[in-house]
Design a protein around this ligand. Structure first.
Ligand code: DPP
Ligand code: ZN
Length: 890
């Protein structure tokens, strides 16, 4: 396979102005007639037309109605001797067939539960017809769908329905016209037996729109939350950024077979059922919150993605980073108070640090705007999405919220209807704010797009009693990443506050400044090393640095335990308050690991336990925030802080810490449970979901403590809770408490859970995932995972189901996966190879589980390498998996 390089970008030799597609839908043989009007791009060299195709059967090619001479070069259809520009545009007609029922890759046209769906991003349209399948070729689409009426009563495509009717032999048709020009990756069709929840809304500008959420019959009762999220999204984008819905009709359709979370096809978003279906009996609070984010995300793409798209796939973060930022802001703006907003921010940062930081430190590290790829599907990553969103967030910090809104307005004014670059975006934000630090430092700021790796800030403070000043030295660095041995300094907006020893916020005055400010100050770092001197200080302050996580960096500061306890108890910035607790927990874990603690050694000191008790008892803090503070850093996050990782040791120490928290705070957990477990009639709002989360955590610790003490009261109560729960969150938390404490009652609860929900695929995914992700005790999880794969409900072909078992084990359960006997790695390589033959995208994702193999201690390291090499040696590996494993071994 060859690498595609960003620097090789060239505009296409032809433009495709209109596309007229006619589908005769049949699962075994779908016929596709594609009539296009093309013209030469006068700005490109004269060249043959090369159309992309993949797994198509070609029947006919006509140019202006005449048979044309063409040839195949690999997967490309090449046509020479086409009319030149001066002869005007020309018509190209291509007739192909494909086989949707055999399409297990779920790219292009596929069948899921007797319904046709498409997925075209990034390069799936070429599996439907020959095309210039690249995002800078934008066309107007007319689509006619023809199918058997009884089997496929609903026929959908992008845009507006202009005609429909019956055909002979029980068939019918529908014709759709999308008024907006779009790249091929935004094309979609759906055909099958579906029902819709509908809602008409009037936007702020008075225009009426029809919103529809299509699902299978029987699932309509699970669409209310998705619909409400969609309505909120429409209203929010108009209110916050002045971006209205531009279509008469906006449709969401759910499918249970989907590689991604969802897809923003113009006017016809296709969703994984996981991000649509919810009612209180089947979905948890986390599901509700994810649905809100993903519905928002795909809707916001209508502007940041569809109206303005990417010139090439290297610019993917142009739409994804921006749209993640927008969905994060949306979810925060829906929060009723500052505490709920902070909780959302902490959750977002936690994802970044546990998933993106390791990516940035591993073999797949790439800049937010990559320079090359073999398979673009591998670059739908946390770097492009979450780090990309942080880059946008830093721009907002640098220009202010109003300035940022002006920048967004300018961006859409300039680029509406075009395929553009990350540079275009940054330029628009800067140009709308000519006096800002962003404008002043723009070329340097854009290193966030070009340099991979997580920057590190080493900060150190010195108090000068004589001058009543405090000098903070900050040195930034960034480690080498593949292909980038050295890095230049980044522009880093650093939010800082200072507290006195009693935890009160101090006024801030930098040396040489006349003004004194209160609260948080944003300082913009741009040099490798800088010194910040704060004056007017009667004693050494406790610095609260990187408030709100103002930049995606690692901050090293030699805090004393006492300083961290002060921040944990007092910092007015909730993010840093949480962070202080995480630092204390991490410190204890690292000490325990270095000291080779056993599972009965106390790892947490009294000060830490007391601080956690104070947090739990603090009436000023919300339950959701308490739950975050009391959650220890994950095994993955702890492992990232080590040069050499023994995953079993990390697991042992973290489990010991959990056991200690359970026992030492037993009385508090009882009280917390009593106070929080009754949240009344179910609503998924942040306050009541926070209380459910904290009650669930309490139950978990109570069952864990019971395991140590032999108490049977709390496990019994937990089982009862499991049976009586009025919503899935409480039910699942109770089940989880029994399973994760390894209690004998877990077995009957699991059996009951399966029996109740056997017809709810998304709930059965949870059932699988909980077991495959459970805490390992003596190597018991791998045999269980193998058993689960033999369960009649298991299927490797359904991505959600495969993820629920295999990914929950290989990617989300390090203590069970990294076995001294290497059996976890052997299992992994077998599954990667097996999946690769079915669905390369899912296989390549699984292949990423061993990204960090080179950090492992022996015997894990050699065994992991051997497993990767075994996959790499397999002939006929997909481009997707090949790229991941060869990079891992490089
Ligand atoms: N469907 C994916 C997303 O919305 C890719 N565009 O992020
Ligand atoms: Zn997206």
């Amino acid at each position: 396979p060859i690498a595609i390089r960003r620097e090789d970008y060239a505009a296409p030799g032809y433009w495709i102005d209109t596309v007229d597609l006619t589908f005769d839908l049949d699962p075994a043989k779908t016929r596709v007639l594609n009539r296009m009007r093309l013209r030469r791009n006068p700005d490109a060299p004269i060249q043959p037309l090369r159309l992309d195709g993949d797994e198509l059967n070609l029947a006919r090619v006509l140019v202006n109605g005449q048979g044309a001479s063409f040839r195949m070069e690999g997967d490309q259809l090449v046509i020479d001797g086409l009319p030149y520009a001066e002869e005007g545009d020309f018509e190209l007609e291509i007739f192909t067939t494909c086989c949707p029922i055999k399409n297990t890759k779920l790219m292009g046209l596929f069948v899921s539960e007797d319904t046709f769906f498409t997925q075209c991003e990034a390069e799936g349209f070429r599996r439907i017809t020959y095309f210039l399948d690249r995002p800078d070729v934008m066309s107007t689409y007319t689509v006619t769908l023809r199918a058997a009426k009884a089997a496929y009563p609903v026929l959908l495509s992008n845009g507006n329905l202009v005609e429909q009717g019956d055909l002979p032999e029980g068939r019918h048709f529908a014709k759709w016209v999308d008024p907006f020009r779009k790249p091929s990756y935004l094309f979609a069709l759906v055909a099958g037996k579906l029902v819709a929840r509908e809602q008409r809304i009037t936007a702020r500008n008075g225009k009426e729109h029809l919103l529809q959420v299509y699902v299978r019959a029987g699932d309509l009762d699970k669409t209310e939350h998705a619909m409400n999220s969609l309505i909120n999204s429409v209203l929010w984008d108009e209110a916050r950024f002045g971006l209205p819905l531009d279509l008469d009709r906006f449709m969401i359709v759910a499918t249970s077979d989907f590689n991604m979370g969802a897809m923003e096809n113009k006017g016809l978003n296709i969703f994984n059922t996981k991000y649509v279906l919810a009612n209180q009996a089947t979905a948890t609070d986390a599901d509700y919150s994810n649905i809100e984010s993903v519905v928002g995300h795909e809707y916001f793409h209508n502007w940041s993605g569809d109206r303005v798209t990417c010139r090439d796939w290297f610019q993917l973060s142009l739409k994804e980073g921006l749209t993640v930022f927008r969905d994060q802001e949306f979810s925060q703006d829906l929060c009723a108070d500052a505490s709920a907003r902070a909780v959302k921010r902490i959750e977002d940062v936690r994802v970044l640090r546990t998933a993106q930081f390791p990516e940035d430190a591993g073999p797949m590290a790439h800049p937010v705007r990559p320079d090359s790829y073999i398979e673009i599907s591998n670059f739908y990553t946390v770097t492009i999405y979450e780090k990309g969103a942080e880059v946008v967030r830093m721009m907002q910090t640098l220009v202010g919220r109003k300035g940022f809104e002006a920048g967004i307005t300018l961006y859409f004014e300039r680029h509406d209807g075009h395929a553009v670059t990350c540079d275009d975006f940054a330029q628009a934000i800067a140009d709308a704010n000519p006096e800002s630090e962003l404008a002043r430092l723009l070329p340097q700021f854009k290193r966030w797009y070009s340099q991979a790796g997580t920057p590190r800030l080493a900060a150190h403070g010195v108090y000068d009693a004589q001058n009543r000043s405090y000098t903070l030295s900050v040195v930034q660095s960034c480690p080498p990443t593949p292909g980038q041995p050295t890095k230049e300094p980044f522009v880093i907006p650093l939010n800082i506050g200072l507290l006195d020893a009693n935890g009160r916020e101090l006024p801030i005055q930098l040396e040489g400044e006349s003004e004194v400010t209160r609260g948080t100050r944003t300082v913009v770092l741009s040099r490798a090393g800088e010194q910040l001197t704060f004056v007017g200080l009667d004693a050494e302050p406790v610095p609260s640095i990187l408030r709100g996580f103002s930049a995606p960096v690692i901050l090293d500061f030699d805090y004393t335990d006492a300083q961290l306890l002060t921040l944990l108890a007092n910092d007015p910035d909730p993010f840093n308050r949480w962070e202080a607790g995480q630092r204390l927990g991490l410190r204890a874990a690292l000490q325990g690991i270095a000291a080779l603690a056993t599972d009965t050694t106390p790892v947490l000191n009294d000060a830490y336990i007391d601080a956690m008790r104070s947090v739990l008892r603090n009436p000023q803090l919300d339950a959701a925030f308490k739950e975050l503070v009391l959650t220890l850093p994950s095994e993955t996050y702890i492992a990232e802080q080590l040069d050499v990782v023994d995953p079993q040791r990390v697991h042992l120490v973290r489990e010991a810490m959990r056991a200690q928290l359970a026992t030492a705070l037993f009385a508090d957990w009882e009280k917390v449970y009593e106070e929080n477990h009754d949240t009344g009639a179910y609503t998924p709002d942040p306050t009541s979901s926070g209380r459910r989360a904290l009650a669930g955590m309490a139950l978990n610790f109570l069952c864990l403590a019971a395991r140590a003490s032999g108490d049977t009261v709390w496990p019994g109560k937990t089982l009862q809770r499991f049976k009586d729960a009025g919503n899935m969150t409480d039910r699942f938390n109770a089940l989880n408490a029994l399973v994760s404490s390894g209690h004998t009652l877990a077995a009957q609860a699991l059996a009951r859970f399966h029996a109740i929900f056997k017809d709810e695929a998304l709930v059965i995914d949870k059932w699988f995932s909980l077991q495959a992700g459970a805490s390992d005790r003596g190597g018991d999880i791998l045999p269980l995972v193998k058993q689960l794969m033999k369960h009649p409900d298991f299927s490797l072909k359904n991505p959600n189901r495969a993820r629920s078992v295999i990914f929950s084990y290989c990617s989300a359960n390090p203590g069970a996966f990294h076995r001294p006997d290497a059996a976890g790695y052997v299992f992994w390589s077998d599954r990667v190879i097996e999946l690769d033959a079915i669905n390369p995208q899912v296989a390549a994702r699984l292949a990423r589980s061993l990204d960090r193999w080179s950090k492992l201690a022996e015997p894990y390291r050699s065994a992991a390498r051997e497993a990767i090499a075994r996959v790499a040696a397999k002939p006929d590996l997909s481009k997707d998996t090949h790229e991941v494993v060869t990079r891992a071994l490089a």
